[in-house]
Design a protein around this ligand. Structure first.
Ligand code: TYD
Length: 137
């Protein structure tokens, strides 16, 4: 899979079965990176928001494994909202986007795959700093 530089909804394989459906993700094949870390967000009170920050060097792939939430991505000039509400597709978020996850439905679960280990210095948590970095030529 070639590199993707803009936020993209990626549809995953899905095997529909009366015993229950199945989907999967393979690194480099369905997402454009090698998976080094995975984390999930759960027990979020309905309507809650998370993740007002950007990463300097980390891309992510976000799937709503259960329930629904919206991911709002901001490139410093415009905002775009993506509704995630099925477990057979996800959102690829390239580095350098301010991202918020909002409107979690009760009992939703968000799975996030990343190509890096957790690194606090990779976070930009100040929106004004983010805008300044984006304005650099
Ligand atoms: P944080 O990224 O601040 O959550 P949000 O997406 O809502 O901004 O993460 C919350 C806490 O979890 C923070 O103290 C750091 C810790 N954490 C890890 O230790 N490893 C990880 O991979 C992640 C994503 C978070």
């Amino acid at each position: 899979m070639e590199n993707i530089s803009i936020p993209t909804i990626i549809h995953l394989p899905k095997f529909l079965d009366q015993r229950g459906n199945l989907s999967f993700i393979e690194e480099y094949k369905h997402i454009p990176f090698k998976i080094k870390r995975t984390y999930w967000i759960y027990d979020v009170p309905g309507g809650e928001s998370r993740g007002g920050h950007a990463y300097r060097n980390t891309d992510e792939f976000i799937v709503a494994l259960s329930g629904a939430f919206e991911v709002i991505l901001d490139d410093g000039e415009k905002k775009e909202s993506f509704l995630l509400n099925r477990s057979y597709y996800g959102l690829y978020v390239p580095k350098g986007y301010w991202r918020e996850m909002v409107n979690f439905s009760t009992n939703s679960v968000g799975l996030i795959l990343a190509p890096t280990l957790y690194e606090p210095d990779d976070y930009i948590r100040d929106y004004d700093e983010f805008l300044k970095l984006k304005k650099k030529p």
